[in-house]
Design a protein around this ligand. Structure first.
Ligand code: NAD
Length: 270
């Protein structure tokens, strides 16, 4: 049985942990060749090794890049194309939530700028170089591969909902990811390049759990979660797989929520 993204080439940023790691494994299990990109090279290499052990029929390669540097993003896209011949799926997923990110009064400009550099400019550059690469994709009817592709940008539920536990720069960066992705989806709709945002709810990954380091902080959020639990990274990876695959061929410009109902909730069940 061919996989759901058989023979496609995917580049995933933040591939060493959380959503990126689970997506790398899931995409490989569904037949994609994967370039694993992370600032933390040993983590990306570990993920590459897991793919080699579990899914020997696909190719995987890892590389170090800081998505907050345009040259690094360009080089990573170039590497995907030179290694695998094309780029079908770009998952701009890497992001940071800085512990010193706070409200309008307390957030320092350097924290704001760092957050925007990685969470917003990194996604912009990822889109830019992916679009250029996807335009050049050769058509291979036998393998079901065509010009164009799917770009998935990780935003967040905080792009849709206000929280009285502020991380202002993070929230602003994720709102901008949503707006930017929608506009790019319109600009490139007739080129066969689809762009969608994915909005995860709060997850049990290091990004959030390192921050929610006391039961009190976790409980403050838990009461607002309709399903009574934090999400798992693999649950977001499954949403990303749908957006990466041709199953979502008529889906572009959407804010795809994988948030356990959080953004639809007024009162949670007891
Ligand atoms: P994570 O911390 O588990 O993994 C993030 C990965 O990104 C790490 O491997 C890290 O090394 C890498 N990374 C960080 N900065 C980088 C950079 N400048 N260049 C390249 N790689 C870099 O986080 P996660 O929870 O899997 O988060 C992934 C994405 O999901 C982020 O964009 C995050 O904002 C978003 N998100 C997370 C949650 C949550 O609750 N965890 C909720 C909504 C959205």
């Amino acid at each position: 049985m061919p996989g759901r993204i058989q023979n496609k080439v995917a580049l995933i940023t933040g591939a060493g942990s959380g959503i990126g790691l689970e997506s790398s494994l899931l995409f490989a299990s569904e037949g994609a060749h994967v370039l694993l990109v992370d600032l933390n090279l040993p983590a990306a290499e570990k993920a590459e090794q897991l793919i080699r052990e579990r899914f020997p029929n696909v190719q995987a390669k890892s590389t170090k890049a800081d998505v907050g540097k345009e040259e690094d993003v360009k080089n990573a896209v170039d590497l995907a194309v030179s290694t695998f011949g094309r780029l079908d799926v770009m998952f701009n997923n890497a992001g940071i939530m800085h512990p010193a990110d706070d409200n309008a009064l307390n957030t320092e400009e350097k924290i704001w700028d760092l957050t925007m550099q990685i969470n917003l400019k990194g996604v912009w550059w990822g889109c830019k170089y992916a679009i250029l690469a996807m335009r050049n994709n050769p058509t291979d009817e036998a393998k079901g591969l065509h010009t164009g592709g799917s770009i998935i940008n990780t935003a967040s539920f905080v792009a849709l909902l206000g929280a009285a536990t502020p991380q202002l720069a993070y929230t602003a960066s994720k709102g901008a990811v949503l707006a930017m992705t929608r506009e790019l989806a319109m600009v490139h709709a007739r080129e066969g390049i689809r762009l969608n945002s994915i909005c995860p709810g709060p997850l049990k990954t290091p990004l959030l759990m390192d921050f929610l380091d006391t039961a009190e902080k976790r409980d403050r959020r838990m009461v607002h979660l309709p399903m009574g639990r934090f999400g798992e990274a693999v649950e977001v990876a499954k949403g990303a797989l749908f957006l990466a695959s041709d199953e979502s061929s008529y889906v572009t410009g959407t804010d795809f929520k994988v948030d356990g109902g959080l953004s639809s909730c007024y009162v949670t069940p007891i």
